[in-house]
Design a binder for this molecule. Structure first.
Ligand code: SF4
Ligand code: SF4
Length: 435
C-alpha cells in the first residue's frame, strides 16, 4: 500500500467515525424530544427536518434554488429570498463538530464557533457545503475570526454591526444592505427588484404571522405545548424555506386550537414557568431546555436566537418604495434587537421584562456558552434588574459536551424547587410598567 492510499484510508476512517458520532448524538436528542409527553399534532414535520439535516446528513429542501448561509438573526432573510435564494442558518450546536473545532480554534473561543470550525475542517456537512455564499455579521471577535476561516473555501461576506443604534448607525447599515444586495445578485445570478423584494417580505411575513399565533397559543395556562417542543419547531426554521415552515406551523396552530376546544393540555399540574435566555441554544445542544422540562419545570418562553428572537419582530414599512423596504429591514435588524452585542442593552432588559410579564414567568435561566463574553458581561445587570422584580435568576455556564449534564441537572432541579417554595404557582408576577 502506498503512503498516499494509507493516508486516504485514515481520512476515510476519520470521516466515518465523525459521521457515526454526529448522527448518533443528533438521533439521541431527537429521541429525547419525542419521549417528552404530549407533543402537538403536526410537530413530526419539524422533527423530520432536523432528522434530515443532522441524522441523515441531507440537504435543505429548496427545489432548484441556491442556498445562502447566515450566521446571525440580524441578516435580513427577505433580501436573500428577493435574490431567488433560500437562507439557511448555520450557527451550530453540534457536539462532534465542536470536538473537531476544539483542535483548530483557540481554547477560549465559544463552542458555537468551534462547531462551525469543525464542520469547515471536515467538509462533511451538506448544508454548509451547499452554500453559494455565506453572510457573517460581525457581532463579536469569534464571528470575525470565523468569517476569515470560512472565506478560505467559500464566498463569504461580512456585515458590520454597529455598537449603537442612532440614526447615523442605521444609515450606515442601510448602505451595507445595498452592498450586500449587489453581492447576493452576483452569487445567485438573479436581480433584486421591487417585486422580488416584496415577495421576500410576503414569505417572511407569512411565517411571522403564524409565529405570532403560535406565541399567543403558547402563552395559555394550562400549557398547550412544552418549551422544548417549541424550540425544536423554531430550530427547524433554520433549514426550511419560510413559507414551508409557516405552512407546517399553521397545522400545529390548528392542532393547538383543537386541543383548547377539547380541553387537552400538556399537563394539569402547575409547573414552575421558566424563561430561558442567554447564548444561542442550537440543536442538538438542547440539553438545558430538556433538563428543565425533565426535572419538573416548563420553558414558558425563550429569548434566544434560534428561538423566538429570530422571527418575532416583523419589519415595518412606512414608505412603500424600494428604498423604504431596505430601510425597514435595516431598522428591524438593528433597533429592536435584544442581542447583547450592542453597547446599550436597554432593549434587552425591556424585552426580558415584557416576556416575564406576558408569560407569568417565575424564574429565569441565563445560559452562557463558555467563552461567550457578550452574554456573560450582561449577566450582572440582568440579575440586578430581575432582582428588583423579585424574579430569581440562575446563570448556567456550559459548552458542547455531555460531561456536565448531571451537574446541570442538580442545579436546575434545585432552582425549580426554590421557585416552588418561593411562589405559589397561582401567584401572578407583577412587573412594574416603567420600561
Ligand atoms: S446571539 Fe447575537 S450575534 Fe449571535 S446570532 Fe444571536 S443576534 Fe446574532
Ligand atoms: S455571540 Fe457568543 S455564542 Fe455567538 S459567536 Fe459570539 S461568542 Fe459565540
Amino acid at each position: 500500500m502506498t503512503v498516499k492510499s494509507k493516508a486516504d484510508t485514515l481520512k476515510e476512517r476519520q470521516d466515518r467515525r465523525f459521521i457515526n458520532k454526529e448522527t448518533q448524538t443528533a438521533a439521541k436528542y431527537l429521541r429525547r424530544l419525542e419521549e417528552l409527553s404530549n407533543a402537538p399534532d403536526g410537530i413530526e414535520q419539524f422533527y423530520q427536518v432536523l432528522k434530515n439535516i443532522y441524522v441523515e446528513m441531507g440537504h435543505t429542501e429548496t427545489g432548484n434554488q441556491k442556498t445562502v448561509g447566515t450566521y446571525c438573526v440580524m441578516t435580513p432573510p427577505e433580501l436573500i429570498y428577493a435574490a431567488g435564494a433560500v437562507p439557511v442558518k448555520l450557527c451550530s450546536g453540534n457536539y462532534t463538530a465542536f470536538s473537531v473545532g476544539d483542535s483548530v480554534a483557540p481554547r477560549d473561543a465559544c463552542p458555537l464557533v468551534k462547531a462551525v470550525a469543525g464542520f469547515k475542517q471536515t467538509g462533511l456537512m451538506p448544508v454548509y457545503e451547499d452554500c453559494s455564499m455565506m453572510i457573517v455579521p460581525i457581532t463579536c471577535d469569534c464571528k470575525k475570526k470565523i468569517a476569515g476561516m470560512l472565506s478560505e473555501n467559500c464566498n463569504v461576506t461580512t456585515l458590520h454591526i454597529p455598537a449603537s443604534r442612532n440614526d447615523e448607525d442605521i444609515e450606515e447599515f442601510t448602505e451595507q444592505l445595498y452592498q450586500l444586495m449587489e453581492k447576493l445578485e452576483k452569487a445567485t445570478g438573479s436581480r433584486i427588484t421591487f417585486e422580488s423584494l416584496s415577495e421576500g417580505f410576503r414569505k417572511v411575513g407569512y411565517a411571522q404571522y403564524e409565529l405570532s399565533e403560535f406565541i399567543r397559543l403558547k402563552k395559555q395556562i394550562p400549557y398547550l405545548i412544552r418549551g422544548s417542543h417549541a424550540m425544536a419547531i423554531m430550530n427547524a426554521a433554520a433549514y426550511m424555506p419560510a413559507d414551508m415552515w409557516g405552512k407546517a406551523l399553521h397545522k400545529v396552530n390548528a392542532a393547538l386550537r383543537k386541543n383548547i376546544a377539547e380541553n387537552k393540555t400538556v399537563t394539569t399540574k402547575k409547573l414552575p414557568r421558566i424563561l430561558l435566555t442567554g447564548s444561542p441554544i442550537v440543536f442538538p445542544n438542547i440539553k438545558i431546555p430538556l433538563l428543565i422540562e425533565e426535572t419538573g419545570g416548563i420553558v414558558a418562553a425563550d429569548e434566544t436566537c434560534m428561538g423566538e428572537r429570530g422571527m418575532w419582530d416583523p419589519a415595518v414599512i412606512t414608505d412603500y418604495s424600494f428604498d423604504g423596504m431596505i430601510r425597514a429591514l435595516a431598522n428591524r435588524a438593528v433597533r429592536p434587537c435584544p442581542c447583547p452585542t450592542f453597547a446599550d442593552n436597554s432593549q434587552r432588559i425591556y424585552r426580558l421584562k415584557q416576556l416575564i410579564e406576558e408569560n407569568q414567568i417565575q424564574g429565569v435561566i441565563y445560559h452562557v456558552l463558555r467563552g461567550c463574553l457578550v452574554y456573560d458581561f450582561e449577566y450582572r445587570r440582568i440579575e440586578d434588574e430581575l432582582g428588583k422584580l423579585g424574579i430569581p435568576v440562575i446563570r448556567l455556564e456550559s459548552d458542547y459536551n455531555e460531561e456536565d449534564i448531571e451537574q446541570l441537572r442538580i442545579r436546575i432541579e434545585a432552582f425549580i424547587e426554590l421557585i416552588k417554595l418561593k411562589q405559589t404557582p397561582e401567584k401572578r408576577t407583577t412587573v412594574r410598567r416603567d420600561f
